[in-house]
Design a protein around this ligand. Structure first.
Ligand code: SIN
Length: 281
């Protein structure tokens, strides 16, 4: 089989065919996938239908597992979480706001893999916003102002006991575990250079970003709101349509992502792993 990488033609993303992920990959193939991931930021592997063992093996080609707080893993696995919504579920959609996975950690995951388990016949697309593009499209004077800012990240708005997935969140089929650990804060540059490609881009957005270091909230929150709108502008966004049997992976250092609805009355389940921060090797 020959590896084929077809760019989406949109703001990011490519479709990768010519691989059978139910079988081990050799080092050259893993390297080629890694290069495609760094170039396109989001990769979709259609028609794979891999199981959880094969999802774990695929994840470990790209680094160690990330540390996944606030979710219980699925039964019998330490590193796989289920992104799940039952057909009759009424709770607000999970992950409907732009975010970067676990950006509030000191060493957040470089990537995330999602494997289709149950895909609804319509809706449930995932959106990806290319943050290098969002940065490059700013005028140089604006870039100069933003380049030096340091963002304060926290999981508190989502996973603290009074957060949106906290104690008041009832009837959700996902096994979310809110905790006071979500109150911790962590800083990262607002516009870091990507550790592997050196390309600059916004990292995360308002939500997991809760402030700007050294800036009053009265100034920081309006700025973050304005940036959030810019970061998710449609010209930077690729809409991913799921197919049964599909695996995807994305680069958390390059894109924001968010879930969408539109599949009421249908079940949706994806199995998720994260890839730990790159260690330079
Ligand atoms: C996520 O943010 O991990 C979930 C995305 C989705 O459900 O489409």
């Amino acid at each position: 089989m020959t590896l084929r990488v077809e760019p989406s033609g949109g703001a990011c993303g490519a479709r990768v065919t010519g691989l059978d992920l139910s079988q081990p990959l050799d080092a050259d193939t893993v390297q080629a996938v890694r290069q495609a991931w760094l170039e396109h930021h989001f990769l979709a592997f259609p028609d794979q239908r891999i199981n959880d063992d094969q999802l774990e093996r695929f994840t470990l080609y790209f680094g160690q597992y990330g540390d996944d707080p606030f979710f219980a893993p699925i039964a019998g696995r330490k590193h796989i979480a289920a992104i799940r919504r039952e057909a009759d579920e009424q709770s607000p959609l999970f992950a409907e706001n732009w975010h970067t996975d676990w950006s509030f950690q000191a060493r957040p995951p470089s990537g995330t893999c999602l494997n289709a388990v149950d895909i609804p016949p319509m809706g449930g697309d995932t959106l990806y916003a290319n943050q290098h593009m969002a940065w490059d499209a700013l005028d140089p004077a604006r870039q100069a102002l933003l380049a030096r800012l340091v963002a304060v990240h926290s999981a508190r708005l989502a996973y603290a006991p009074d957060g949106s997935y906290g104690n008041k969140d009832k009837g959700r089929s996902m096994d979310i575990r809110p905790s006071t650990a979500a109150l911790a804060t962590q800083t990262h540059p607002l516009v870091p250079a990507h550790p592997e490609t050196g390309r600059r881009g916004f990292y995360s957005t308002l939500g997991y970003i809760v402030g700007i270091e050294g800036m009053a909230d009265s100034e920081a929150i309006p700025l973050l709101l304005e940036l959030q709108k810019w970061q998710g502008d449609e010209r930077f966004v690729y809409r991913h349509r799921w197919e049964p049997g599909m695996l995807v992976m994305w680069d958390n250092r390059s894109v924001l992502h968010k879930a969408t609805g539109g599949y009421e009355g249908h079940r949706r389940e994806l199995h998720r792993t994260t890839i730990a921060a790159w260690d330079g090797s």
